[in-house]
Ligand binder design. Structure first.
Ligand code: TXA
Ligand code: MG
Length: 343
C-alpha cells in the first residue's frame, strides 16, 4: 500500500478514505493521531492492529464542534452539563480530552474498550477539523506511533512507523505543543480527576471551575492495581526508544559534563541550547531549543532522533524543573526513563 500525503486542498479525498474505513493519520496541536471513522468497528479495530495496541486501552474520539460533546455522549444531569459547557467554552478547540458517560448506540465497544465512559476532544487544527466535518462523523485517534514508542510530532515520525501500512496522512507542519492532551474525567461531577497531565494544567482547570473539586489522579493511577486502572493506558510502558533513557536535572548534567569521565561514549545528550553550549566533548546531541515550551515541543523528536543509530546505547535527557507548566514534560520523560538523576 502506498501511503498518500494529503494536502489541505484534498480534504474531501481524505474524508472519502476515512468514510471507506481506511486509516488516515492527522495532525493536531499536540501530536499526530491515527484516524479511523468512529462508527466503523472494523476500521477502529485496524487502528489497534496497526499500532500493536492492547485492546483494553480505549481511544479518544475527535469531534469538530463544541456541541458534539453533548450530541455524542450522555451528559445526564445539570451539574455535569454546566461543567462540560464551561470547559468546552474555555478550552475547546484545544488540548483537553473529557471523559464522559457513553450514550447508547453511538460508539461501539472497540472505541470505548467496553467502558461506560468515552474520551472526547476537539483538536485545535484547521486541516483536521475540516476533514472531520467532511467525514460527517467523529474520528478515533490514538497517537500515530507504534505502541510503546514516542508519540509522533512530525509527518516523518508518522511515516517512520507506518509508511506503506496506512492509507494516508494529512500533510502538515510539526505539532506545536508536542505532548498529548490533558485527560480529565468529568463523569463524576463531585470530583473531577486528571488522568493524564497535558498543556492544560490543574491550575488552569481550577481557575476555570473555582467551585469544583478537581484532583490530580496521575500519581494514584500509577500506584493503582493493574486490574482496574482508571486510565487503562497508564499501565503500559510508554514513549521508549530502544536506548536506555536517563532523565537528568540541568545541575547534574552540567556536573557530569564538567567531570572528565562523566559522560561515557555511546551516549547522546538531549538538552536545551544553554546546556549543550557547555559540552565540548564529541558526543552526539539533540537540541531541545531555548526554553521550556520548545523543550516540550521537541521532547518526542529527541527521543526518536537516534532511533536508527545502533552505536548509541544511552540517552541523557534534560529533566525540566518540577513546576506546574512542566508537569506533562516530566510525566512523559519519566515514563520513558529507566533512571532519574535529580539534585
Ligand atoms: O493529544 C492527544 O490526546 C492525542 C491526539 C492525537 O489527539 N491522542 C492521544 O490518544 O494521546 P491516545 O489514545 O494515545 O491516549 C488516550 C488516553 C489513554 O491513556 C487512554 O487510556 C485514555 O486516554 N482514555 C481514553 N478513553 C478513556 C476512558 N473512557 N476512561 C479513561 N481513560 C480513557
Ligand atoms: Mg499514545
Amino acid at each position: 500500500m502506498i501511503t498518500k500525503r494529503f494536502t489541505f486542498g484534498q480534504t474531501a479525498q481524505a474524508a472519502e478514505y476515512l468514510k471507506q474505513g481506511q486509516l488516515v493519520a492527522f495532525p493536531t496541536e499536540t501530536v499526530f493521531g491515527l484516524g479511523a471513522i468512529a462508527n466503523n468497528e472494523r476500521a477502529v479495530a485496524s487502528v489497534y492492529q496497526a499500532k500493536g495496541r492492547p485492546s483494553d486501552n480505549p481511544l479518544i474520539v475527535h469531534v469538530c464542534h463544541k456541541k458534539d460533546l453533548f450530541r455524542y455522549s450522555n451528559i445526564a444531569n445539570e451539574a455535569q452539563a454546566a461543567i462540560a459547557k464551561k470547559l468546552t467554552d474555555q478550552f475547546w478547540p484545544g488540548p483537553l480530552t473529557l471523559i464522559v458517560p457513553t450514550k447508547a448506540g453511538i460508539f461501539g465497544p472497540t472505541v470505548t474498550g467496553g467502558l461506560n465512559t468515552v474520551g472526547i476532544r476537539m483538536p485545535d487544527h484547521d486541516f483536521t477539523l475540516a476533514v472531520i466535518r467532511e467525514t460527517g462523523f467523529p474520528i478515533v485517534g490514538p497517537s500515530a506511533n507504534l505502541s510503546g514508542k514516542p508519540s509522533p510530532t512530525t509527518v516523518d515520525h508518522v511515516l517512520h512507523d507506518f509508511d506503506g501500512k496506512i492509507a494516508g496522512v494529512l500533510d502538515s507542519q510539526p505539532t506545536h505543543i508536542g505532548v498529548e492532551s490533558t485527560v480529565l474525567d468529568i463523569s463524576n461531577p463531585e470530583e473531577l480527576a486528571i488522568l493524564r497531565p497535558g498543556a492544560i494544567t490543574l491550575k488552569d482547570l481550577r481557575n476555570a471551575l473555582p467551585n469544583q473539586r478537581i484532583i490530580d489522579a496521575t500519581q494514584q493511577i500509577a500506584e493503582d492495581s493493574k486490574e482496574h486502572p482508571k486510565a487503562p493506558g497508564m499501565k503500559y510502558r510508554h514513549y521508549s526508544p530502544h536506548q536506555e533513557v536517563i532523565a537528568i536535572s540541568p545541575a547534574k548534567l552540567l556536573e557530569l559534563i564538567d567531570s572528565k569521565q562523566g559522560l561515557c561514549p555511546e551516549s547522546a545528550v538531549i538538552a536545551s541550547d544553554d546546556i549543550l553550549s557547555h559540552l565540548d566533548a564529541d558526543l552526539p546531541t539533540f537540541s531541545l531549543g531555548a526554553n521550556e515550551a520548545t523543550a516540550t515541543q521537541l521532547l518526542f523528536a529527541g527521543l526518536r532522533a537516534f532511533d536508527d543509530n545502533d552505536q548509541i546505547k544511552r540517552l541523557y535527557v534534560e529533566l525540566l524543573a518540577d513546576t506546574e507548566v512542566n508537569t506533562a514534560y516530566r510525566n512523559r520523560l519519566l515514563k520513558a526513563a529507566s533512571k532519574k538523576i535529580e539534585s
